[in-house]
Design a binder for this molecule. Sequence first.
Ligand code: GLC
Length: 737
Amino acid sequence: MKKDKLLELFNSLTLEEKIGQLVQLNPDFLNESDTVHTGPISSIGIKEEMIPYTGSILNSVNAKQIKTIQKEYIEKSRHKIPLLFMADIINGYKTVFPIPLALGCSYDFKLVKETAQISAKEAAVSGIHVTFSPMVDMVHDARWGRVMESYSEDVYLNNQYAEAMVTGYQGTNDPHNNIASCVKHFAGYGGAQSGRDYNTVELSKRTLLEEYLPAYHSAIKAGCKMVMTSFNTIDRIPVTANKWLLRNILRNEWNFKGVTISDHSAIKELINHGIARDEKEAAQKALEAGCDIDMMTACYANNLSRLVKEKKLDISYINDAAFRVLELKNDLGLFENPYRGADEDDEKKYILAPEFRSKAREAVEKSCVLLENNGILPLNSNKKIALIGPYGNSKELCGMWSFTVDKDNVITVKEGIEKYSNNVQYCTGSQILDDYQVVKELNSLFGQEFKNQELVDESLELKCAKEYAKDADVVIMALGEHSYQSGEAASRTDLSIPKPQMNLFKEIVKLKKPIVSLIFSGRPLILNEIKKYSDAVLQCWFPGIEGGNGIANILYGKVNPSARLSISFPYHVGQCPISYNFLNTGRPNTKENIGNRFVSKYIDAPNLPLYGFGYGLSYSQFEYSKVSLSSKKMSMDTVIEASVIVENKSEYEGVETVQMYINDVVSSVSRPVKELKGIKKITLKPYEKKKVDFIITNEMLKFYRCDMKYDSEAGKFIVYIGHDSLTNNEECFELIK
Ligand code: GLC
């Protein structure tokens, strides 16, 4: 619709109709039954007469239902403005990919973009208009369950993934192929104190600007159409009512023209935060701060009209927000076609297409991280296998945010391995958990029949496991946290693999058989014991519907693993939060300081993680030459070329992710000991070597100086190029200004 027509339509709306555009409800309120609930579903007390005005629907997820709702809504509506349908399509719709944290380990931005394109295709033909993705919260704390939804602990990677996901979702102009993206959770949600979800965030402004905000900005620069506000406070002001973030940064500095939406119930939660007496004050503060849509509370619906009539709220806030919503609907072509891509025939034709499944399999192969391997992998098909553990034949491989998946489509590890070997004996061996209460709550929310993995008889299972193990050449243990132990509202203080499984593992270890451990989790777990007693360890995350096939292709060598950790694996939960880009402190725990008590260290654990950022093995053996620089000096408008020769010293062709880090040795503020500034993925044939070049630019050296200007400073820098963040393959250079 042309803008003047849109304006005409807008000006014809009543105040209540405009306010309705700022309300988002789930389909329950429109009497739709099979709804997924993703937040507190207690009755929100919305005025009945406001419900028909609502402007968007949350988590309605199939073409038939969406078309029915849309049709009935438009027939009853005076203004005939179509509804927006938004949903959590996080790691795929029906073709479910590995969780985002797993994709973050691929270091393959093209692949990640392709997963978003496929998700967009399946979602678009199912009638969805907007996905609440990508989630690009910076994460440093594995206790926080939502690390599974983010991509990494690194600014550079999160920027790249944000752009890849947004362009993947929105890339084409074809309404049958694309959906709008909503970057979340703006801002700083991943900094929750103690790793406890929804907890307070205390960040310096410099850290917020330098580490936590860039990825949201990358999403917006890539054209992201919506921004979701986060539950947390920043500088003790809840983001959903934080003018500095929602107007100064988002609108004025970043020039974001799209729509903002609160997270689920977040506007009403301003009362709990203690900055609003009641829903009326909460509504006023959120709208004035710049939160356009109220997700699943009655604050806007029940109070905005009254606030205007009492002259406590300028109507321009409502007009600006409501017009932005209409512009988004117009941008999506809803006025021309309220059903957009929704098409039951297309659902049958495109959803789970073979090429989508093969992309999902490729994603598994490129996101499982090989953490240990003493040479036992790749396996030979004639080996007799005992496959033991609750994840050995489980279809629970898609993670907490995959309520649209049909689990019958999931390929289990057992099914994958049996494509290579007809000599596999499997048993569950133990329960996943010793107490299922903590995860049962979620099933009532997602409306799925909770299938207790409680076994008939654990002692019988253990007996069977030991028999199979004794009889096998190789034992494959498939262990991990429950898929509902990560994701939203799933913070843990104990990051170990659940006790029943560790008991099983220790019993099998006693049999002294070669052990390959497969780890399924939505976060880094503490793997010290697994590392100690396994001959190989593969971190499988929650790998999605092609999990079994992708994992088997790695185990049997059809694929040479290439993934690298995008998040640190702590040696102990007491180290959390932990990340590679720490500050040196005044008393660094360096080799020169060994024996000195008075340095920054623990007396009962190392400082370093068990597995560091960027780490990952392959079946190849890569060696690096020393770093060479085209010059030792650069100015603001010149560059330095930094290069290494990488050699594959093995008979396996493999992919190496060459990583370049930079340290600003002396500057007006303390700077991280390393910051990733670039990666290059190269494929090397057996015994092949290649020169890999990086260009160091002045832009890479910028930061928020002590005067808070974002710029570089003259002085000495160290560039590192290597296999992971622990590399000491370095060379110095100087920036002259
Ligand atoms: C949840 C989550 C958010 C999600 C939203 C809608 O509370 O915090 O990530 O997109 O509600 O389901």
